[in-house]
Design a protein around this ligand. Structure first.
Ligand SMILES: [Fe+2]
Length: 297
């Protein structure tokens, strides 16, 4: 069902893509500029629908994507230098194409296949991320999202009470359920100090909406602070099983010109795989860092 927004704003409408997650915002042409009214329309839709899709945006240049990202906050350059756009460091590539033009088997089938939240191992994690599709495969290559706000709000009361006040430690690629660790860091990357790990609450509060979300990242969360390994694994497994219930998920099938914005504070995501071996999947990404929560995380 479509919902017409404020008449003074751009004539946009929201169309749900899945029963409980994912929505398309129609009527926005980013190529015409990201005015304050456009930004406000997008934000209002986004706080309600933390996976928001803008289709039909083909031909945007990097400057426009950066303008779009800046409407939400500071765009942090990717800490892995080889992923960065060669000119616009705020943008990075998500691609299965190697610099020599050949296709990268790791990028095709292994990268980011476990459920995760980006950057939880940082003291100031990524909060909002967007991906912009430049080349999309004819099939496969979906990005899967699961709604951690809904997961939190539907926890059995006894389980919700058990996690009250608990915190997790996060470290890149050392999650309790990580099956495909990210590529090892170089010495230079280790020297940046950005990968020492960080603690955050299991339940975070969204600064814009005041609503709670579960904040665990199977790829980057080794465990719950203060619990034994066995107790921590058991608790995290229980939360994880609840969080990935199919009815909480939305799987995005990419078309060229799609711009998908998701809130890291309300989602886990993963690469669905299945990109045909001879097809390209190329996207530009921006990662916005702002505040994580309202209680010190
Ligand atoms: Fe990711």
């Amino acid at each position: 069902m479509a919902t017409v927004l404020d008449r003074s704003a751009p004539p946009a409408e929201i169309v749900r893509l899945g029963p409980n997650h994912g929505a398309e915002l129609r009527g926005i042409e980013l190529a015409r500029g990201v005015t304050p009214a456009v930004a406000e329309t997008i934000k209002r839709a986004f706080w309600e629908h933390p996976v928001l899709v803008l289709r039909g945006q083909a031909g945007l240049d990097p400057e426009r994507l950066i303008e779009f990202g800046n409407a939400f906050g500071y765009i942090e350059p990717h800490s892995i230098l080889q992923y960065r756009h060669p000119v616009h460091e705020q943008l990075s590539y998500v691609t299965n194409v190697k610099p020599d033009g050949t296709l990268d088997e790791y990028g095709q089938s292994q990268r980011a296949i476990d459920w995760h939240i980006d950057g939880t191992f940082k003291a100031k994690p990524d909060c909002i991320t967007f991906l912009y599709s430049i080349a999309a495969p004819s099939t496969g290559g979906r990005t899967q999202f699961t709604n951690m706000r809904l997961a939190c709000e539907t926890l059995p009361p006894a389980l919700r009470r058990r996690i009250d006040g608990l915190r997790c430690f996060h470290k890149r690629g050392e999650g309790w359920k990580c099956t495909a660790p990210p590529p090892p860091l170089t010495e230079a990357q280790k020297a940046t100090g950005e990968f020492e790990g960080a603690e955050h609450p299991i339940v975070i509060v969204h600064p814009e909406t005041g609503r709670e979300s579960l904040y665990i990242s199977p790829t980057h969360t080794p465990g719950v602070v203060g619990l034994s390994r066995a107790d921590s694994d058991a608790l995290l497994d229980e939360l994880y099983a609840h969080a990935i219930r199919p009815e909480f998920q939305y799987h995005h099938e990419w078309r060229v010109g799609d711009l998908v914005l998701w809130d890291q504070r309300c989602n886990m995501h993963r690469a669905g795989g299945g990109t045909p071996r001879n097809e390209k999947r190329v996207m530009l990404r921006g990662m916005i860092v702002s505040t994580l929560d309202a209680n010190g995380g």
